[in-house]
Design a protein around this ligand. Sequence first.
Ligand SMILES: NC(=O)c1ccc[n+]([C@@H]2O[C@H](COP(=O)([O-])OP(=O)(O)OC[C@H]3O[C@@H](n4cnc5c(N)ncnc54)[C@H](O)[C@@H]3O)[C@@H](O)[C@H]2O)c1
Ligand SMILES: [Zn+2]
Ligand SMILES: [Zn+2]
Length: 361
Amino acid sequence: MPHKVKAVISRAKDAPVEVVNIIVPDPGPGEVIVDVLTAGVCHTDLHYKLGGIGNDYPYLLGHESTAVVSQIGENVTNVAVGDRVILNWRAVCGQCRACAKGQAQYCFNTANATQKMTLEDGTELSPALGIGSFAEKTLVAAGQCTKVDEDADAAAVGLLGCGVMAGIGAAINTGEVKRGESVAVIGCGGVGVAAIAGAKLAGATTIIAVDLNPTKLETAKQLGATHTIDSSKSDPVEAIKELTGGFGADVVIDAVGRPETYKQAFYARDLAGRVVLVGVPTPEMKLELPLLDVFGHGGSLKSSWYGDCLPSRDFPMLVEQYKQGNLDLDAFVTERIKLDEIEAAFDKMHEGTVLRSVVEL
Ligand SMILES: NC(=O)c1ccc[n+]([C@@H]2O[C@H](COP(=O)([O-])OP(=O)(O)OC[C@H]3O[C@@H](n4cnc5c(N)ncnc54)[C@H](O)[C@@H]3O)[C@@H](O)[C@H]2O)c1
Ligand SMILES: [Zn+2]
Ligand SMILES: [Zn+2]
């Protein structure tokens, strides 16, 4: 029997989001229905609403979630009814050329549910990042569910489903931060601050936070930044060099994703250092750099999609780090809200006053 549940959709470009009833079909082969417990409000949800990702309205928003499996389709073996899971947008296929090389974190053929959820009039919904979890129930591919320990705050660990994983993974997976290294992070929103927490987890001993907003720099300190730079007041390249013996940081993470911040990252790293781009640029942005400087600096320039994470490997490990007190995921949960407060949460995101608003269902 299909389920009728409450959910939040974006019906048209830039219109306020709406709470509506949606229809969730019974799970088909390889599909799972979950009861959503919590859902973080991510910048990407706002991008969908503003038309920055596509024009496939109506979008069923939400994707950073902890949930409980409530129904499974045929051939589902990785989870069972009653399991506590974190939803992910990297359900690896096991067969594409990345998976075949043993690099499933780059899987080029990730899975989503094949059936569609709809409005009551039958209009098909486009779920954000193939998840759509601003809903009491949602339909996903079984591989989008990663089983985790029940014994952890759902709102906090659910954030590993997107932005926090992207930031932590930018440091520990893409940047391969090692014990004793120096790391600078440009942009200290949810993703940047998570990169700082990741650098700390990996054992970096100099962690430099850069932002234009002093409030963000305070949060960065809480999560492990050893130094902060207000780049509206001083040149971040010079300041990062000064804090690293005049040389630059071993790893610089750009968690903004603009040509000017990327250039800062490029020039603020030590010779043979690594730059990681995790902030997402827009189509009109262009980068110009002297090719001789690219050559002369050596090292590597990498981009990080979803923190190059493998959910089955990284989510349970990070939940355990949280439980053992090594990773303060609680600090990311600024407020707990209800489904009808998401529009207000977008405003707060815009004002820069929250790290994450988390919907509790
Ligand atoms: N790569 C991925 O897989 C992935 C996943 C999730 C989000 N993201 C992207 O990461 C980026 C950051 O996301 P977020 O949720 O942290 O956003 P956010 O808006 O919360 O944070 C951005 C921060 O950057 C700061 N900032 C802006 N311009 C700056 C500048 N010129 N110099 C220094 N600081 C500056 C802002 O003050 C803010 O603190 C976004 O582009 C988002 O789309 C990427
Ligand atoms: Zn694959
Ligand atoms: Zn997200």
